[in-house]
Each structure stands twice: as C-alpha cells, then as structure tokens.
Design a binder for this molecule. Structure first.
Ligand SMILES: [Zn+2]
Length: 471
C-alpha cells in the first residue's frame, strides 16, 4: 500500500505527467523573469541578444538560451570581473557563500539564500524517503562538511525527517561507533564502504552481522559490478545519490532502476556531447540566431547518453542566490524513463551519471573510468583482488597501451589468468572497434598485479585518480 509516509511531498512527487509539465512551464516563466531582474549575467545576455523574456514560456524554450559552464562562472566573477555576475540575490538575502573547485582550477563562487537551502534540504529529504528511511534510523554521514554543501544539506534533511545523524565527515571513524550506536545507514562512497568493511573485519565485526540496513553512495560514479560486490559483502542494498553544490540533487529509490530527478526543482536536458558551450562568443558576436541552428541535433532522445544540462527552477516569491540556467554539469547521463516508477513517483529517472573528466578517448572511442572498474570488479576476480585499482593510458595516434594496476588480497595466492581474462572479456565486449584493434595489436592492455598499499595513488593526497591519460 502506498501511503503518505512513503513520500516527503506526495502531491508533487506523484503528480501526473501533464500537471507536472505544466507546473514546470509555470516555473520556467518565473525563473526567466527572475534571472532578468536579478542576475547581471542574464540581463546583459537577454538585452544583447534582444530576447524578449516573455517569449520564454515553456521548458522547450530553454533550448534557445546559452549553455553556461563552470568557466563561464569563473569569467564572471573576481578576479576576471569586479562583480559576481551570477549572484542573483541581495546581500541581505544571502545566508551562506560556498566555493567549489570541481576537479581542477580556480574555485567558483556560489551564493545561497534561505530559500536555496530549503530546496536543497527538500531534495535530500525526498531522496531519503524514497530510500525507506524512517525516524528511527541512525545515519553516519561520511561526506566531508565544509565548503561543499552535500554533507550539511543531507544532515539538515535527516533532521527534518527526525533521522539521527552521526556527522563523522569521513569514513575513518573508530569501529566502536558502529558497535556502540548501532547505526542503520551510512552515506559514503563505494570505495569508502569497501575499506570500512575491511577495517570492520580486522576488528572482528562482520559487515553482514552489523546493524547497517542500507548504504547510500554518492560523490562519484561507479559500476554496477562494484555496487553488487559492496552489496554482497555488506548484505544490504546500496542506493545511489547524485548531487553537487550547483544544486543537482537526485536520488535513487528502493526500486534501484535509475535516479529520480526532482523535476519541479531542477530541469534537466540531455545534450549531444558535441554541443558548443561557450556563450561568451555569442555575447560578443551578438548573433541571436547562432545558437539556434542545432535545436534538432543538440537535444537527445530519451535513452541516448549525453551532457547533463540543468536549470534551477524557481517558484513565485523564491529567491535564488546563484541562478543557473542551462548549466553544463560536466557529467553525462541518459534519461531512462518518464513513466511512473514502481515506488509511485512520477519524476523522471536517469542513468548513473559519469564524469566527463574521467572519460578518455582511445581511437575515437570514449572510455570512462567506470568501464575499467566494471572489468576489475568481475565477481570471480574479487577472490583475488581488493577492488582498489588505477589505470594509465600511453601511446600515440597509431598505438595505445592501457596499463591496469590492481591490488591483490594475497600476492602468494593469485590467479593472474582468471583476472586478466575476466577483465578483457568485460572491457572488450562493450566495444567492437577496440576489440578489433586489440586483436590487431594496435591497442594493448597490460596488467600490473601489486601487493597491498603499492598503488601510485596512495602516495598522492586527495581523491584517487584511477584513470590517467599519459599520452
Ligand atoms: Zn522510484
């Protein structure tokens, strides 16, 4: 039986498609008006390109507006400009300021109003509800607190649902936390769960015997194979969340067949990966039509993978601190379905997003870190491997070598052939061109089996880079 308790905002979360689309269009109109009235960047863009804001009436019309990137934000804030051109609320309405560096470079500034926070919290609250959290759940948050808003908004969402939070901020907490408080859930990442399970076993606590009922993975993409392995060693479901300081917060429900996008709060379009995303050029050229010629080819049909482009949607009276319209997330995904989900929610579901920064090109074939991970985590391999890996690509126009380094559980008990064969069949199965080049000796894959602690990334601070292009 579906009852109110399964949802955070039942009316919105289960709204039928027609009503939901109308609601979105209503919000698009207000959002555009707000952008024009409150954002220096958008006012300038609309004026220069002579776009009547009243002509933007539906979410389809967003396709005629520029795509902005992290670089656009950086070029529109100090030191590049005197003002924060994307800041879209008065100082008195801003409650926090955040910086996000993404993967590289100068941080981008984000200003948040009370309203923004309320919506961030609502998005996570809906996700938690969809993952069957109840008020008697105890949640350890392993995500770091600070300039990134993830951990903080999750904690506030949990508080709203009366879930008890244990705000560790990292996943290296003492095992007694698990023994003493008997938490039911952990927010972390696939590799944090892998290492924590290892540490628990060393401390005589079998993850399967622990109080944990579900794990919430976020912060980075992962392969289905690694998820399945984590689910097996913990004996619980692993649910996915996708979120960033820019305001994307999407969550996977207990059906585990895609990540729900809160469509009334974020509008998401999937663009062709080749779409040009430099509106500064257009601004200077003042050619309002130059961005329209791709309206057919730029937008992908459901099921096709491409760039995730998001727009914050505002309701009347809402104030956004940093309003983003058509923002390139630097992540890729595809729409799985817009039909009603088994959980009762009607909001569309997308595939697990992958980071564009973790995609490399080998002879015109896009390979993401997750493709490598899927090969490593083949179930039979996990008898010999810890799951930790890193990979490097070397080569030139005619020859490429992919070197995969894997960490072994026990170097003296290792079947290299099994690991290599499983990896190759998983990796090459997905790509006929690379398979052909592999058997023609144009593309080489070599394996490097290492003892625990010997991978290169252990020597480098920060999040491990697992796919490195050394060409
Ligand atoms: Zn669902």
């Amino acid at each position: 039986m579906k009852n109110n308790n399964l949802y955070y905002n039942k009316e919105i979360e289960t709204m039928n498609r027609g009503d939901l689309d109308s609601l979105i269009d209503e919000k698009v109109k207000y959002t555009i008006k707000y952008a024009y009235e409150n954002s220096k960047f958008y006012k300038k863009w609309f004026d220069k390109n002579k776009i009547e804001i009243k002509s933007i009436k539906t979410h389809e019309d967003l396709k005629e507006l520029p795509i902005i990137t992290g670089d656009t934000i950086k070029k529109n804030q100090p030191p590049s400009t005197n003002f924060f051109n994307f800041k879209s609320a008065k100082n008195k309405n801003i409650v926090t300021i955040h910086e996000t560096s993404g993967t590289t470079g100068t941080p981008k500034s984000f200003f948040l109003t009370e309203n923004d926070w309320e919506k961030y919290i609502e998005k996570y609250a809906r996700t938690f509800k969809s993952q069957a959290f109840k008020s008697n759940d105890y949640l350890i948050v392993c995500t770091s607190y600070g300039m990134n808003i993830g951990a903080e908004s999750m904690s506030l969402a949990a508080k709203k649902l009366k879930i008890t939070t244990i705000p560790e901020g990292k996943c290296t907490f003492p095992i007694r936390i698990l023994k003493n408080y008997k938490p039911t859930s952990i927010v972390g990442s696939i590799f944090k769960f892998l290492r924590l399970a290892e540490r628990m076993k060393e401390n005589k606590l079998d993850p399967q015997e622990s109080s944990i009922k579900r794990l919430i993975a976020g912060g980075e993409s992962f392969s289905e194979e690694s998820r399945e392995y984590i689910e097996e060693i913990w004996g619980v479901d692993v649910y996915n969340t996708y979120g960033s300081t820019e305001g994307t917060m999407c969550g996977e429900c207990t059906e585990k067949k895609g990540i729900h996008v809160p469509e009334d709060l974020i509008h998401l379009d999937i663009y062709n990966s080749n779409t040009e995303t430099d509106p500064n050029m257009r601004l200077e050229n003042n050619t309002p039509d130059s961005n329209l010629d791709c309206s057919e080819s730029c937008f992908l049909k459901d099921g096709k993978e491409g760039k995730m482009i998001l727009t914050t949607l505002l309701s009347k009276e809402d104030k956004a601190g940093t309003l983003l319209i058509n923002y390139d997330t630097d992540d890729s995904s595809s729409v799985i379905t817009r039909k009603k989900c088994g959980c009762g929610r009607t909001h569309m579901k997308i595939d697990n997003p992958t980071r564009d920064a973790e995609t490399i090109n080998i002879f015109g074939n896009s390979i993401n870190r997750v493709d490598i991970e899927a090969g490593v985590f083949q179930r039979e391999n996990m008898e010999y491997l810890t799951g930790e890996y890193e990979s490097f690509l070397y080569g030139n126009e005619t020859e490429n070598t992919l070197r995969i380094s894997v960490e072994c559980k026990d170097y003296s008990n290792l079947n290299k052939k099994i690991v290599e064969d499983n990896f190759l069949s998983s990796f090459l199965r997905k790509n006929n061109d690379l398979k052909e080049k592999y058997y023609n000796d144009e593309f080489e894959i070599i394996f490097n089996f290492l003892e625990k602690g010997k991978l290169e990334f252990y020597k480098i601070k920060g999040r491990p880079k697992r796919l490195i292009d050394r060409r």
